[in-house]
Write a protein that binds this ligand. Sequence first.
Ligand code: SF4
Length: 701
Amino acid sequence: IGDSKDYDSETESVCPFCGVGCKVSLKVKDGKVKYVEGINGPANEGRLCVKGRFGFDYIHHPHRLTKPLIRREDAPEKGLNVDPGNLSTHFREATWEEAMDLAATKLMALREEDPRSVAGFGSAKCTNEEAYLFQKFIRQGFKHNNVDHCTRLCHASSVAALIENVGSGAVTATFNEIENADVAIIIGANPVENHPVAATYFKQFAKRGGKLIVMDPRGVGMRKFASEMLQFRPGADVSMLNAIMNVIVEEELYDSQYIHRWTEDWAAEKEHLRQFTPEAMAPICGIEPDQIRRVARTFAQAKAGLIFWGMGVSQHIHGTDNSRCLISLALMTGNVGKPGAGLHPLRGQNNVQGASDAGLIPMFLPDYQTVTDDNIRAKFNNVWNSDDFSNEKGLTVTEIIDQAYAGNIKGMYIMGENPAMSDPDVNHARDALAKLDLMIVQDIFLTETANYADIILPASALYEKNGTTSNTNRQVQRVRPAVAPPGDAREDWKITVELAQRIGLNWDYTDVSEVFAEMKLTMASLDNITWERLEIASITYPSLSETDPGQSIVFGDGFPRAGGKAKFTPASVIPPDEVPDAEYPMIATTGRQLEHWHTGAMTRRSTVLDAVEPEANCSMNPRTLKLMGIEPGEMVRLTTRRGSIEIMARADRAIAEDMVFIPFAFVEAAANVLTNSAIDPYGKIPEFKFAAIRVEKIGDA
Ligand code: SF4
């Protein structure tokens, strides 16, 4: 890959993939990134996983967009039909002047007709400043809140439960706090593949003798390090967690002092839990009563316990209830606000925490300040020197797609998001995108979504831009450009600023640090965090003084809720939206693989990562494959009520016998053709983790 002297320059930045936020040093030679080293960031201490170390050369891929593009008048009908190596069949190159003029003119025409006919999807892959500007563009420019991003598809339900019960949507403890814990639960997460550097800390914890309790319907990689592995039935999380809490209640293992001092609604929670005995829940969740009791005692009797969770918890129609259970478990055992204790939803994308903090959410302005509060909107309008905008919560990702399908949303501005791959029931999403009168896509590649665009604006990769990102630990970190964007491509924030000026907004930013300075005017979370301090080191918010590197643990002295107390919200058992039947007898679940990231736009164009994992695949239990007469490596047909894909089958003992696991990075066998768009009523997150499915050997079908 290179030796220590084989470069012309080096630049410090942050890995563009997962929410761990590893700090990297980019070694550049002849204008190209040659190799990447991990450096001493607060979340990685020099470590990197395979994606961070080898997944960088996508930025130099020949498919990079280098010129603005406009759909040709004689282009074929919109569809997933553009060859990324030959865009000229559908698009013609344009100058920035022409493309921006056309984009602004069309946006203003739609605004004139009906401002609500325009919506925006921002991106968790962009910087905090870009996320902030994007939500401001929609709110100030179109006077409503129809702006969202992929948090809706990953942890929206976790955030809903955290805000409801502890008053803040971020983690209460960094994952590094595991050093001070004596027990940790990891549920519905596969950090070995999805947060690999965080997983190294979890493994070290277990090797030091820490008690690691892993709960997942899949026998995920962390099971090798677990003191207890609870491979529960898919969708039975609430039954199992309530049974664990039932034991804590019945055996009086709860922390009365903590409950009395820092929580409310305990009596109702306690009463609610009495029905969920381990014996009653065991047949539902598939975990023996003895193990439920053992786990309850281990967690409740520990001095300090952490709970980590991933999208196995959040991506259900009962995702908010799952998170409510985890919050209740932490509260009743006094495990919030002290060293080694806390709640930590492992955030997915590199900047999903920061983009959410920056207000890229339809119901919240920056720092989760509600759009329904007149005083809060007045504060923003004052800073923005702007007229008021709607006090109604905006539409979410899936609602915007539905409204586009219905013809009520006619124009979309999409920055770095790929709904034509990432949305549930993706054929429906693609049909909706094809119906739009105006679709402006700002991205680095001709993504599947850009296939449907009218105007394409070439943007920059993270290693080409300036700004900040915030990782799963609430650590705000500087990203810096190691190389320039290719051709005429530009940094995303500069594109949004110019478009805003062209639709008549009063924006005059000349440097991204000015955007950060404006964010600080309305975001208390950034108090004491300055651009100058970030030049020197990462800072964890909240930072309590100009020299405080930030608080690893929060809420030791009260919660940001009225009265300063957290709250219990009882959760009842809600079955999945779609249960297996004779026609669709198995359960489909989707997720990521170690080598590929989300919709694959970057990692499938990274030489090493694509070489390691080049082919679309699904995983099934070897016994199931044998029963169906399928050899590992054979192609199978997967069918749900939404559609069908053909994909190579792999054998994996970690998968339950009635399950199929499908990664969603592969367009040629897109997992989201199959997924169910039913949503959680609170977080409005789709049920990506459960759909009824039929598997057929191709020869039999
Ligand atoms: Fe990048 Fe995440 Fe891997 Fe760190 S753990 S190198 S942030 S993908």
